[in-house]
Design a protein around this ligand. Structure first.
Ligand code: PNS
Length: 161
């Protein structure tokens, strides 16, 4: 049986920390489905096509991954895609409460799907899409935390090129 994990997120935009978790996940899962949350009620900096395009280009060297988008309950999507696990990255302790809550709710909703946490690489411990957007919005240098493509897209979005 193939071990399949869903790696869900907003990916607004994808960061080097996300890629690090995918690469680590590929060492334990046969396939990872990277699933972008497409919630029409939520405001994103990048629309679903832009987020998908950045993810596609940032992961093109990786094998055994698939990109998809979902809306609605994550556990329903996992069921639909026949995934046994939900993969999430854990950074600092501050992530714990939110992740714990989400994992327990997901377990309550579907006991068959296991949440697996992987520790992010130390160098990405403070990397998040939100903090990157905050810095980039005011012209801060975020190169090294995102791919050069995402760096350029952020500059375009905030009018720095
Ligand atoms: O990268 P993010 O924004 O922290 O990812 C959050 C995500 C997409 C994993 C989470 O919001 C999610 O799973 N949303 C779908 C709705 C759902 O199933 N929520 C969890 C149980 S209430």
């Amino acid at each position: 049986m193939q071990r399949v994990a869903i790696y869900p997120g907003s990916f607004d935009p994808v960061t080097n920390g996300h890629i690090d978790i995918i690469e680590r996940g590929l060492k334990i899962f046969d396939k990872i489905i990277v699933a972008i949350l497409h919630n029409p009620g939520k405001e994103y900096l990048f629309n679903i096509e832009e987020r998908m395009d950045m993810l596609e280009k940032s992961t093109k060297k990786l094998e055994n991954i698939e990109l998809d988008a979902f809306n609605g309950l994550l556990v329903d999507f996992a069921d639909q895609r026949k995934a046994q696990a939900i993969l999430r990255g854990m950074r600092a302790v501050s992530d714990f409460e939110y992740e714990f809550q989400m994992a327990l709710m997901n377990r309550r909703l579907n006991r068959e799907v296991q949440t697996v946490f992987l520790m992010t690489g130390l160098r990405w411990i403070f990397t998040s899409s939100s903090i990157i957007k905050e810095a980039a919005r005011f012209g801060g240098d975020v190169s090294g935390m995102v791919s050069s493509l995402v760096n350029r897209k952020l500059k375009e979005k905030f009018g720095f090129v």
